[in-house]
Design a binder for this molecule. Structure first.
Ligand SMILES: CC(C)(COP(=O)(O)OP(=O)(O)OC[C@H]1O[C@@H](n2cnc3c(N)ncnc32)[C@H](O)[C@@H]1OP(=O)(O)O)[C@@H](O)C(=O)NCCC(=O)NCCS
Length: 230
């Protein structure tokens, strides 16, 4: 898939971002430095950098989140793991991440978004917004009906997310309902969404059930996984 070059994020390091002339440490060469931010598909070799970025953004508490019960042991949705990558002449650095995951909202197949994170040094440059808009655009192009997430409503409202679309849904764990948000990508997609949200993504270890229980349950919706997640 082609990457999206963010022209507006192609920022030359200005004197405001580096020591000014006359100050100790001023280096005229720094004014020549430039970097480009690219939104692209996450690559397999970026997994370690992504984990480090998530640790920086959320700490180890991220594994305790209710949303994690819908992600653990699953692959993210195909084509919907995005990164923001800073590219300089010296190399590349992962500076942002977002993933989407298959879930069933009652009887409605849709996506769960998260985690979204941008490195501390790159916040308020618009990267979170770029990642969100690109993820939503791709999800819509791929034919997905709706997106759910748990996050700060004031941030996600600007992308159209609302708590009003999830009032009849439950998650497999505690959630602040004001932070449980939905976005419809097709008309009234969540109108019939009622009940528990279940994980339906492909399992990372599809034969785990067979090893534990000696059964041949269909891997993606095995009840044993659900009971464990709840
Ligand atoms: C949330 C996050 C991804 C935003 O990334 P970003 O690249 O800074 O986002 P943008 O540049 O598109 O938007 C920045 C704006 O969103 C606001 N914003 C950031 N986090 C916010 C939050 N949790 N609630 C409300 N507003 C928020 C900023 O104040 C800023 O406002 P401004 O433009 O008026 O200055 C980033 O702050 C982050 O990684 N935070 C830690 C991880 C996290 O909390 N992720 C999930 C959020 S629920």
């Amino acid at each position: 898939m082609t990457s999206l070059l963010l022209n507006e994020c192609l920022f030359d390091k200005t004197p405001q971002q580096f020591p000014f002339p006359g100050f100790a440490g001023f280096n005229p060469a720094s004014l020549e430095m430039s970097s480009t931010i690219v939104i692209d598909d996450e690559r397999p070799d970026e997994v370690v950098a992504r984990e480090a970025l998530l640790d920086q953004a959320f700490g180890q508490a991220r594994f305790e989140k209710t949303s994690e019960r819908l992600r653990e042991g699953r692959y993210p949705a195909i084509g919907l793991s995005l990164v923001a990558r800073e590219v300089t002449k010296d190399g590349e650095t992962l500076v942002g991440t977002v993933r989407l995951w298959h879930v069933l909202a009652g009887l409605v197949p849709c996506l769960l978004l998260g985690p979204l994170a941008v490195s501390g040094e790159h916040r308020s440059l618009g990267l979170g917004g770029k990642l969100m808009r690109e993820a939503i655009r791709r999800a819509k192009d791929l034919g997905h009906a709706a997106i759910l997430l748990v996050g700060d409503a004031p941030y996600y409202a600007k992308f159209g997310f609302s708590p009003n679309l999830t009032t009849r849904l439950d998650l497999p764990g505690p959630v602040d309902r004001a932070r449980f948000l939905g976005l419809e990508l097709s008309d009234a997609a969540l109108a019939q969404a009622e009940g528990l949200v279940l994980p339906t993504g492909a399992l990372l270890f599809p034969f785990a059930n067979d090893l534990r229980f000696g059964t041949s349950l269909p891997p993606a919706l095995a009840p044993s996984d659900w009971q464990q997640a709840a």
